[in-house]
Design a protein around this ligand. Sequence first.
Ligand SMILES: Cc1cc2nc3c(=O)[nH]c(=O)nc-3n(C[C@H](O)[C@H](O)[C@H](O)COP(=O)(O)OP(=O)(O)OC[C@H]3O[C@@H](n4cnc5c(N)ncnc54)[C@H](O)[C@@H]3O)c2cc1C
Length: 383
Amino acid sequence: MQKPRIAIIGAGPGGLILARILHLHGVNATVFERETSYATRPQGGSLDMHQESGQYAIECANLTAEFHRIARYEDQESRIYDMHGNLLLIDDDVTGKNRPEVDRGQLRQMLLESLPTGILRWGHDLRSIEPNGNGTFELIFHGKASETFDLVVGADGAWSRVRPLVSQAQPVYSGVAFVECGIDDVDARHPELARMAGRGLTFFVGQSKALIAHRDANAHLGIYAALRALENWIEQGGLDLSSPHTTRASLALHFHGWPDKLLEMIYRSGDRITPRTIHALPIGHRWPNRPGVTLLGDAAHLMSPFGGNGANLAMQDGAELALALTHAQDWRSAVQAYEEAMFTRAEPCAAQAWEAIDQVFSDDGLTHILQSMREHAREGATS
Ligand SMILES: Cc1cc2nc3c(=O)[nH]c(=O)nc-3n(C[C@H](O)[C@H](O)[C@H](O)COP(=O)(O)OP(=O)(O)OC[C@H]3O[C@@H](n4cnc5c(N)ncnc54)[C@H](O)[C@@H]3O)c2cc1C
């Protein structure tokens, strides 16, 4: 088939895996990333890679051996406590489980190293896209020269600049905010917290709030303090951000009534404290096909992190789109077929993620998280 010139906007897991698989099949797309280098920002904690999506994409990218070097099968435990610190559920038998954890930074590094130099252009912040009238699109960047492509893939996350070309949908606030913090070298510095959190994902739930701890690589304990809040609660002074010390203290106040042994996770955390509001695109988000433009990952189906599907789906999207483009006779029909399958795949995950966040941050959150964790443990054991 006639090969389109392909631009991928965004070097997240979805965009990078797309570029890698295209490259394996002899198609060199160009990836434009607004960050100026790999080191611009920490990538955050761990992701569990699902067999049918994230791991499948890694296999298509011929990176399974590299993945096994960074995958942490030992960190698949789960625990649930109530807000008083009573342990209600523990699943610490990881035998046969196949949803290994991987550090986001290490995953990104693995994907970056798999691409030849020249494919990824750092420091390219897409400002807008202009249709040229002949079926091609001009990409306009902040402070860089414009470039023209036949196919533009928006892999640029929640607030995609590509999405408006195909859809008017905007992410909607879930009503829940996460404050991300963490403790370095937790085993040596705070062994009692390390023991309580175990090796995997741990929830402390009550009063429509949660402290969520997850074991990352290098003995880092990632922590999310999550609660219902107004979308602009930070602007309204919901946290005193004047120093890390005051931020920790004002965050702990939101968990008034929780015992000190749990609040220690906030008090002992490091100085990098990042508040995030959790948004989602409408469940079942789709658009009429527009030749020359498509989306993948969060740009197409942003959902709450409950269910752990976001990065997994982004990678599967990248893999499916790459395979469609390399196998089809007509690339425009290939993109259309990819979109239809992607809409169908993402919708139930988005519905489940929306329902889960709503239920966990309700008066009955503890019952819901217990039920969902039991199902998750069963799935992990069988997948
Ligand atoms: C708190 C939290 C926990 C999560 N936990 C999990 C989990 O356990 N498992 C899981 O599967 N998912 C999880 N997710 C979801 C996951 O992070 C996302 O679904 C995933 O990163 C989406 O990948 P992506 O490639 O679509 O987009 P992104 O990872 O968002 O990457 C987009 C890239 O595009 C770049 N970009 C953006 N705008 C522009 C522009 N204008 N020009 C150029 N480049 C641009 C960005 O800099 C970024 O590098 C979590 C999300 C959150 C918020």
